[in-house]
Design a protein around this ligand. Structure first.
Ligand SMILES: [Zn+2]
Ligand SMILES: [Zn+2]
Length: 416
């Protein structure tokens, strides 16, 4: 037999890790549906061009990280590296924009990026995404942020910092970019990292979020984007902040928050966990008003966010806040061959009535079955052997107190 192994960067999720993921998904569904979001499931594979157009050819994702291949029909396909582009494609293709003024979607599932695997970062990773399409109002920005924070709160995550910024619009951002470019040219550019020297010509905004310490120090005095927002952008962001303030949601203004993708404008936000050090971003998003038009749809505004499940699961697991929520009600130990079938039927009866539990498939010593019952964390151990069969009863042992009583088989539900 060949010694098969997982692909590097791909994980098998066993319980309790898989339980944490389910819990996060269920919490998200519950919270997002309260805000009027519907679940949208798009394919894992899309035409490559969706991502090159939607994410931008200048990004690391498109240049280095996509799983792209030609299928037998000669199509260039890509395993989705993020969700937004596919959602936009579905939104445009289904003409949803013609049927309703505002559409709200959430998606959940695996994404694929060929990155260096590290703790909390896999090549197949999972994201929750929300997209609110058709609304340009600042209230939509505020709702999205409030909903994200509500979800993280109900998922039990603590020590979170919400950072917000406004990147301006098509009118004011080019002017700011020029200012920033001028400022960068005035620096001793030899001291900037290689990436930044390239970015200052292609996309100077990205220099602002460079993580290299030398760059950080140099751009400390860079002109601030918020001060260069046009009056409309200022007013928009002002309303977003007013609502967050009024809702009692604390946040930090981070003028360097430009996000990795080129399509963001106006409000951007990120949630950082202070529990996991410098790589602490757990969710982020922003407004992307030009994206739908870039992808061939009508000029429709949009705002959304993505939330990395691996990070969330890791924080929850590390915090100790996570516990398996369900208890096990019974373990049915079978003491001799003639009781095996009856035992299975009794267990079935209990499960149909909503009880959780296990039943032996084979007769083993009482001692080993009791050990199994306590390992499973069962509240009650039910004993069924020849004697019990003859009398139509089951012996019920309370695993905590050790107390034993005899229960009529046909009234077993009253005892478990
Ligand atoms: Zn503007
Ligand atoms: Zn740099």
């Amino acid at each position: 037999m060949a010694n098969f192994q997982r692909i590097k960067g791909f994980a098998d999720l066993f319980s309790p890790e898989s339980d944490v993921f389910s819990f996060l998904e269920n919490t998200a569904r519950n919270v997002f549906s309260r805000y009027g979001y519907e679940e949208l499931r798009t394919p894992l594979l899309e035409h490559t061009e969706i991502f090159t157009r939607g994410i931008g050819t200048e990004t690391d994702i498109v240049q280095k990280e996509m799983y792209t291949f030609e299928d037998k029909g000669g199509r260039m396909l890509t395993m989705r590296p993020e969700a937004t582009a596919g959602v936009m494609r579905a939104y445009i293709e289904s003409s949803r924009y013609a049927k309703e003024s505002v559409s709200k979607f959430f998606t959940y599932g695996p994404m694929f990026r060929y990155e260096r695997p590290q703790k909390g970062r896999m090549r197949q990773f999972h994201q929750l995404n929300c997209e609110c399409l058709g609304a340009s109002e600042p209230l939509a920005d505020a709702e999205v942020i409030l909903m994200l924070m509500r979800f993280l709160n109900e998922a039990g995550l603590k020590n979170l910092v919400l950072e917000v910024n406004s990147l301006g619009c098509r009118q004011c951002r080019p002017l700011y970019k020029e200012k920033l470019h001028e400022f960068l040219l005035g620096l001793d550019t030899d001291q900037l990292c290689e990436d930044c020297r390239r970015r200052m010509e292609t996309n100077p905004l990205r220099v602002l979020d460079c993580k290299v310490p030398g760059c950080k120090a140099l751009i400390d005095k860079a002109p601030q984007i918020l001060e260069h927002n046009c009056p409309e952008c200022k007013a928009h962001f002002g309303i977003v902040r007013d609502i967050l303030d009024a809702a009692g949601l604390p946040y930090v203004l981070n003028p360097r928050l430009v996000r990795g993708l080129d399509y963001y404008n106006r409000t951007t936000f990120e949630v950082v966990s202070t529990s996991i050090g410098s790589q602490g971003s757990v969710a982020g998003g922003g407004r992307y008003d030009g994206l739908i038009a870039d992808l061939g749809g009508p000029d429709t505004p949009g705002i959304g966010f993505a939330c990395g499940m691996e990070r969330l699961a890791m924080i929850l697991a590390d915090s100790g806040a996570w516990q398996l929520p369900e208890s096990v009600d019974f373990f049915l130990a079978v003491l001799d061959e003639q009781a095996l079938q009856k035992g299975m039927l009794l267990a079935q009866h209990l499960r149909e009535a909503g009880r959780r539990g296990e039943v032996s498939f084979a007769v083993r010593s009482l001692k080993s079955q009791m050990r199994q019952a306590s390992k499973a964390g069962a509240a009650k151990c039910l004993l069924l052997g020849g004697n019990e069969m003859a009398m139509g009863v089951v012996t019920v042992k309370d695993m905590e107190t050790g107390e034993q009583q005899t229960a009529p088989m046909n009234a077993i539900l009253d005892f478990v």
